[in-house]
Design a protein around this ligand. Structure first.
Ligand code: NAP
Ligand code: MG
Length: 478
């Protein structure tokens, strides 16, 4: 039985109710978490507020940085344990779960270094005045985390918020919260004051909603679907609470005929296969210049057929999807493809060792997907790559920008001038040229335009979202 973590103590929910956690690899119940409610959120917000006004405010940037660094080291010491927890909870292959735990340690390392480097400005003004600006924390920040990368998204969201001087109340997804409960314990172990980091588990429509509504929450960082993002924004708007939204994507990988295909191919596959396609920045659309469309699809098809899906402990190319409803979602998209006569080029294979009751899905490559079809417009959030041809830069840009989203794009070309033209013309938060994802990029500002959201997390830029600016004008004469 896993409890909430509030004010450095484990606490049961006041509801007395729990939620069963399913292991995605076999669909069996393996743990229970608290089904928390508004009263639990209220307790966490009160603990956070007390900490913010007490122990936390006494720490200067250097001390805060040392605390975050101690947590980073402690996470690194517990890498095996966190990897095992995440693997069980989320069904991630070992390499992926370990990469997530490593990234979590790296986020806290990066933001530890940022704590004492956030400064304001001085502004020349009228004679006899001095004007300066201070970057101040919001106070108690709320963090709603999805299930696909709990540790990474917690690291970037909570790491940035703490570095900027805030305290945190975190609502993880009910499908994936065990690693975060453990990290909160580690934070207490290394000396985080009680109330600086609180975790309250439960359903989004109950405890997530209570967090978004709570008047004591000064800023909300939400990562998840555009639909819930809209709800959070509306709920928060009533009390004018600032929100950072990291929503979905339908990110294009654009391959020109002059591209180095040997470099592009593994990156294109990884961008849709990683975490079984359950990645907001998945490269889920493949735009290929007409002249190399057929040969590229042939190579890609062969590579897809070699992909293997199986239990996380086998550490294959893909593990299971998170839950049955996610599997059903992918099936619905694939049956729509059949109805629309969208050709399937190739599929990987689920290995025999995978239990029937697990949520496995073979990676699938589709071709000639009409740009207006929902497969080319909406997130599948599974391992389905949709290929389509284009002719010339203008059509590539029109297709790339022709969805409601704008999170990430990849461009593969050897032409230097075209690299810059494409990067300028694509509407998205990140553009990668001749690579995709840039090794995780803890340092690189991340976020979207259009329905992919707004505000930036990751990198130093995140600290802008996690602070507010105060202008101080002093009239001294002379
Ligand atoms: P989701 O349904 O929007 O859930 C995200 C989080 O919001 C979960 O913790 C969920 O709780 C909570 N939630 C649900 N309803 C809520 C409400 N009414 N009020 C407050 N919180 C609520 O998304 P998901 O299905 O977990 O994740 C997949 C989506 O997230 C995809 O669209 C993906 O692209 C996006 N995503 C974006 C990024 C990014 O950085 N841009 C990263 C990862 C995922 P419960 O699940 O416990 O109900
Ligand atoms: Mg789980």
């Amino acid at each position: 039985m896993h409890l909430n973590f509030i004010a450095n103590q484990t606490r049961p929910s006041s509801s007395g109710q729990t939620i069963a956690m399913l292991d995605p690899s076999d669909g069996q119940v393996f743990a229970h978490i608290q089904r928390s409610n508004a009263a639990d959120i209220d307790g966490a917000v009160q603990a956070a507020r007390q900490c913010f006004e007490g122990a936390w405010s006494k720490l200067d940037g250097v001390e805060r940085g040392r605390l975050l660094m101690r947590l980073s080291r402690r996470i690194s010491e517990c890498l095996d344990e966190l990897t095992a927890i995440e693997q069980r909870d989320c069904g991630k292959p070992t390499r992926q779960a370990r990469a997530d735990a490593t990234a979590l340690a790296r986020y806290f390392e990066f933001y530890a270094g940022a704590c004492d480097k956030l400064h304001g400005d001085t502004i020349p003004y009228l004679n006899g005045y001095s004007v300066l600006t201070w970057r101040e924390p919001h106070g108690v920040t709320g963090h709603v985390i999805p299930w696909n990368y709990p540790m990474q998204i917690f690291g970037r969201s909570v790491g940035g918020a703490l570095a900027a001087g805030n305290v945190c109340v975190v609502k993880p997804a009910e499908d994936a919260c065990l690693s975060l409960l453990r990290v909160a314990e580690l934070a207490a172990e290394v000396g985080f004051p009680a109330g600086a980091l609180n975790i309250v588990t439960g359903y989004g429509h109950e405890v997530g909603d209570a967090l978004a509504r709570h008047p004591g929450i000064d800023h909300i960082s939400f990562t998840g679907s555009p639909t819930v993002g809209t709800v959070i924004q509306q709920v928060a708007a009533v009390r004018h609470c600032p929100v950072t939204l990291e929503l979905g994507g339908k990110s294009p990988q654009i391959v020109f005929a002059d591209a180095d295909l040997d470099a592009a191919l593994p990156a294109i596959i990884n961008a849709i296969v990683q975490n079984a396609g359950q990645t907001c920045s998945a490269g889920s659309r493949l735009l290929v210049e007409q002249t190399i469309y057929e040969p590229l699809l042939e190579r890609l098809g062969a590579a897809f057929e070699a992909l293997r899906v199986g239990p996380p402990s086998m550490d294959l190319d893909l593990g299971p999807l998170i839950r049955q409803s996610q599997q059903q979602r992918v099936w619905d998209f694939l049956s729509d493809a059949q109805v629309a006569h969208i050709p399937m080029v190739a599929q990987g294979r689920v290995v025999d060792e995978a239990p029937e009751s697990g949520f496995y899905q073979a990676p699938t490559l589709l071709r000639d997907v009409p740009p207006e079809h929902r497969l080319a417009q909406q997130e599948v959030f599974g391992p389905v790559l949709c290929a389509m041809p284009f002719q010339g830069e203008d059509q590539a840009v029109a297709l790339a920008n022709g969805t409601p989203f704008g999170l990430v794009a990849g461009v593969w070309t050897a032409d230097g001038a075209r690299q810059f033209r494409m990067a300028r013309r694509i509407r998205s938060g990140q553009v990668f040229i001749n690579n995709y994802g840039a090794g995780g990029g803890v340092e690189l500002p991340f976020g979207g335009v259009k329905s992919s959201g707004y505000g930036r997390e990751k990198g130093f830029e995140a600290l802008q979202s996690f602070t507010t600016l105060k202008t101080v004008a002093i009239k001294h004469g002379g």
